[in-house]
Design a protein around this ligand. Sequence first.
Ligand SMILES: Cc1ncc(COP(=O)(O)O)c(C=O)c1O
Length: 430
Amino acid sequence: MRPYDPSLDDADPGWRDRFLIPPYAAPLDYPDAPGSAYPDVAYLAGNSLGLKPRATRDALMVEFDRWATWGVEGQLSGPRPWKDYHLALTDPAARLVGALPHEVVVMNSLTVNIHLLLATFYRPHGSRTKIVMEDIVFPSDRYAIDSHVGWHGLDADANVVRLRPRPGEDILRADDVVQAIRDLGDEVAVVFLSAVNYLTGEWLDMPAITAAGHEVGAMVGWDLAHAAGNVPMSLHDWDVDFATWCSYKYLNSGPGSLAGCFIHERHVRDTSLPRLAGWWGTRSDLRFRMDPHFDPPPTADAWQVSNPPIFAMAPVQVSLEMFDEVGMSVLRERSLRLTRYLRELLDEVAADLPAGAMQVVTPEDPNRHGCQLSVRFTRDIHEIAALLRDLDGVIADTRNPDIIRFAPVPLYSTYLDCWRVADALHRRLS
Ligand SMILES: Cc1ncc(COP(=O)(O)O)c(C=O)c1O
């Protein structure tokens, strides 16, 4: 395998100094473990939980202090009243996903938003009852979708269409997805897919699939958990009906942090749409009048239910400001450089191993992947991941039965991180 070339990181440093990188600690009985050549871990798990920006602590402290100083008056008074705190997140969140500001709101967690959005957009009637999704999907999406079908008194087995890759293949072909939607025609109520697949790292052809759903008269929604902050999107122009994403992966807003939500302009204008309502969804100027009448604004804010956790919002703001400052297109370019480098190194490692022992399953086409590369192993993945973590200081995550995911994140990952992954795999598997 080629040696590490420090000029790569010198020429393309990213924004690593804005983050705290977890330190590496060698096992007590193996103080000379290869990882101890480095002070920090090689963190390739930003697709699972992004790292902490340095600025987050201060942003949180500001709100803690405001709470101490203002008490309940902080809702309506002071430099940035909590009542409308979320509005500062709207514009940068909209820019992140290619939306208009009134189409976006930051609220709740991802699966909760899937439920709220399906309450509005899954309205089965007559023979139009089916939801199209992938078979290889994050379990929470499956549970949410199945439970909605059941909520309407329908059978999930008969009404959820689970798309599978062709036999012997790992990834869905966009043409097959489009064809499946066309074949089902007016039986499709909703198409709900993951933009970037959590297991394979495949980025689906969102515009083509959205158009196919609309051709048959269906609503089209996307789970952007692995896409937001990872790949550039134009949700408004692609005519997506609804979407939601979490902010603890590529958006580095902390464990369990808030989710974003997109609802296309044509739907937010329709204030008569059915929804599961709460007081934060009524017009902001009327909310504190305690009016019994629910009066939603013509914006995505109308889908809010409860007053938001300000201490969870402050980290989201830090993150979105960073994305605004750096810009998604600049990040994407660096992301493609890093993944290309990692893939080349992984191919070099695989070439030294028995055929099939290690294989990248993420599509090679740059239009079909983000920064995650999913690698299949014939050896036990939990054993490999534990060795990488303990001895080499490489943090990545396993997904049963046979995949380890490595995500060089363009904000803070380095070429050295990528090289450490390949070097460690070479050492552990050869
Ligand atoms: C694709 C996908 N959907 C849903 C979830 C669940 O998210 P939450 O726990 O925020 O609802 C995750 C979490 O990682 C995910 O990756």
